[in-house]
Design a protein around this ligand. Structure first.
Ligand code: SF4
Ligand code: FES
Length: 257
């Protein structure tokens, strides 16, 4: 099949950027979306042009590196599918596609379709870990975890940090991502000692990174390739409120001296 692509080209964060039209002939329906872009890039390189920059790594829906908007839909809009797992059989001959990077203030464009998602890493670094002594691996396995809780923890742990939830959200909120990371540890016994502190630190980091607030629109859930559910945001909010109401300030001496 033959496709017409309109691809966002932007040299760097300062460049204004524009959509550039490309014809891609001989697209095989068995190709993945990224393989189709590889073919286009090879032809651009042969012509001495700059290939299109896009993020990718595993190409198996695991690492969370890939991501772009296709005709306004994050990851192409196919339920539970990353762009690296999206196949060209979902498109038809003559289709015209618009490829754009994630758009969010917190995700500055690096080049073309590649954006800097370091803000998500910094949210994890703020509290997405366990620092209290919880024993070695055998100790962890010796702690019984209720089936329902372990299932919920596993569901939340499925988040690959791709940022599609942010890109799909009209507010560019990162609540689904942060809620997933908070819920993952919050459903496990090892995550309990720091549960309130974790949610407060990660929510605060979201604010610092210029993500807007969640207004429960739900576009994030529709776009998430791992089908993370809104309940993780409910849990994040609940832990945050509980933490804000019950946590003492770290210093009780005050700073009036
Ligand atoms: S919640 Fe879903 S869309 Fe958001 S970063 Fe995680 S996997 Fe990607
Ligand atoms: S390249 Fe790893 S999830 Fe798409």
């Amino acid at each position: 099949m033959k496709l017409t692509l309109h691809v966002w080209r932007q040299k760097n964060a300062q460049d204004k950027g524009r959509l550039v039209r490309y014809e891609v002939p001989n697209v095989n329906e068995h190709m993945s979306f990224l393989e189709m872009l590889d073919v286009l890039n090879e032809s651009l390189i042969e012509k001495g042009e700059d290939p299109i920059a896009f993020d990718h790594d595993c190409r198996e829906g695991i690492c969370g590196m890939c991501g772009m908007m296709v005709n306004g839909k994050a990851h192409g809009g196919h339920k539970g599918t990353t762009i690296c797992q999206l196949h060209m059989r979902h498109f038809k001959d003559g289709d015209e596609l618009y490829l754009e990077p994630w758009r969010a203030k917190a995700f500055p464009i690096v080049k073309d379709l590649a954006v800097n998602r370091g803000a998500l890493d910094r949210i994890i670094a703020a509290g997405g870990f366990i620092s209290v002594p919880t024993g070695s691996a055998p100790d962890g396995n010796a702690i019984p975890v209720q089936k329902q809780e372990s299932d919920l923890a596993m569901d939340a742990a499925a988040c690959i940090g791709c940022g599609a939830c942010v890109a799909a959200c009209p507010n560019a909120a990162a609540a689904l991502f942060t809620g997933a990371k908070i819920s993952h540890l919050g459903h496990l016994p090892q995550g309990q000692p720091e549960r309130d502190r974790r949610s407060m630190a990660m929510v605060e980091q979201m604010r610092i990174e210029d993500f807007a607030n969640c207004t429960n629109i739900g576009e994030c859930v529709a776009a998430c390739p791992k089908e993370i559910q809104l309940e993780v945001i409910v849990r994040m909010n609940r832990d945050y409120i509980k933490g804000a109401l019950t946590n003492r300030p770290t210093s009780l001496k005050g700073d009036s001296a």
